[in-house]
Design a protein around this ligand. Structure first.
Ligand code: ATP
Length: 119
């Protein structure tokens, strides 16, 4: 019983990991966001971020990559439904892109405050 539940959970996690891998392979934006995250992580080590700064940075990286994953998922689904120009697909895609923009702007503000106060 527990073994079956555990097997199901492991399968779900492996599907989710496949989703993360495909998002990184498919999306140019995701690669850029990952590169930006790597730069901030290196800056964090060099500038010796405090634990609360690491928490803020981790939350921001998670927020941006999650928003990007949802945006990519929505684009995939929308393109599967129809590749014709449709007003509701445009609106849905624009809103999903807006979510990434909001997350990225938040991350930029947090990074600027944390890194900026060192100088
Ligand atoms: N089927 C469609 N109908 C109407 N507008 C669309 C459609 N597909 C895309 N668009 C418009 O083009 C924009 C870009 O959509 P696309 O699917 O090309 O995403 P993208 O180039 O990967 O953009 P992003 O950088 O936001 O991920 C959308 O935000 C939307 O405004």
């Amino acid at each position: 019983m527990i073994f079956t539940i555990l097997k199901g959970r492991i399968r779900s996690v492996s599907h989710a990991l496949r989703g993360v891998r495909e998002m990184l392979l498919l999306g140019a934006n995701a690669k850029l966001q990952l590169a930006a995250a790597a730069i901030v992580l290196i800056a964090g080590v060099l500038l010796r971020f405090s634990s609360s700064e690491w928490m803020a940075v981790s939350l921001c990286i998670g927020l941006v990559l999650s928003a990007e994953a949802m945006n990519t998922a929505l684009e995939e689904l929308a393109d599967e439904v129809s590749e014709e120009r449709r007003e509701r697909i445009r609106r849905a895609k624009d809103m999903a892109a807006g979510a990434v923009l909001i997350a990225s702007a938040t991350a930029l503000i947090v990074a600027t405050i944390i890194i900026g106060q060192r100088f």
